[in-house]
Design a protein around this ligand. Structure first.
Ligand code: PEP
Length: 261
């Protein structure tokens, strides 16, 4: 964590909770954050519900002025037209969506998404004023055979499609740590996030490298978040399973309490 960059705690709900559950969850989350004196000027919170929940999420966040940003889990790389089942970035932006996850390993694996497509999706999001959260990460085999290379190649290829001057967030998510209960160590997360920042420096210059937030994702829980957040190049977390539990997610957002103890 670096004080120049505002930490972002992002909850990826994946394919969980319908729109009614989303309404109840967001209401309870906001109470829980309020009870623990959450300060949105210190840490940013975003939730990424399924598409069908977004309108409900927008309504409750806007009407009750909840200090929670809304993200989507995917976006089309096209603007409009004959793309059955796809969702345009402009549609998301009209629902006050601030962020969109692109290139999550589950989309890469189950929908064969390539780096080039992830880059085009990032560009489409940016055109609509939405900040992409660009996911990169290696499998266990890739790590054993190629060390830190794969996430850096992914980043390079994705950014080839992203215009200069664009703002984005990067999420380093080692595939072996996602949903496995076996998080990377804080040192492993720092090592890769530091390589990612160096790669950003090489590709986009110092200003972008030092301003861009790099999140760690993969089995983040309330008992390991503080360690990750103490690393100089880790600026937040992309949280899957633990973002579905109000108490657990609140503790993750309030990781500063853990640092103070
Ligand atoms: C994720 O889906 O991005 C993720 C990190 O999941 P989990 O926290 O459950 O490992």
């Amino acid at each position: 964590m670096n004080t120049q960059r505002k930490p972002l705690i992002a909850g990826n709900w994946k394919m969980n909770y319908d729109h009614l559950q989303a309404l109840a969850f967001l209401q309870k989350l906001s109470w829980s954050l309020k009870n623990t004196a959450y300060d949105s000027s210190v840490t940013e919170v975003a939730v990424f519900p399924p598409f069908t929940d977004l309108r409900s999420a927008q309504t409750i966040v806007a009407s009750e002025k909840l200090p929670i940003k809304i993200g989507a889990q995917d976006v089309s790389h096209e603007q409009s037209g004959a793309y059955t089942g796809d969702i345009a970035a402009a549609f998301l932006s009209s629902l006050d969506v601030s962020y969109v996850i692109v290139g999550h390993s589950e989309r890469r694996e189950y929908h064969a998404e390539t780096d080039s497509l992830v880059g085009k999706k990032s560009a489409a999001a940016l055109t609509a004023g939405i900040t992409p959260v660009i996911c990169v990460g290696e499998s266990l085999q890739q790590r054993e055979e190629q060390g830190t290379v794969v996430p850096l190649v992914q980043l390079t290829e994705v950014l080839a499609e992203v215009p200069e001057g664009a703002e984005f967030v990067i999420a380093y998510e080692p595939v072996w740590a996602i949903g496995s209960g076996q998080a990377a160590t804080a040192a492993q997360a720092q090592e890769m996030c530091s390589h990612i920042r160096s790669k950003l420096r090489e590709l986009r210059g110092e200003e972008v490298a030092s301003a861009t937030r790099i999140l760690y994702g993969g089995s983040v829980k309330s008992d390991n978040i503080a360690e990750f957040m103490q690393q100089p190049d880790v600026d937040g977390a992309l949280v899957g399973g633990a973002s579905l539990k109000i108490d657990e997610f609140t503790k993750i957002v309030q990781y500063q309490t853990g640092l103070a103890e």
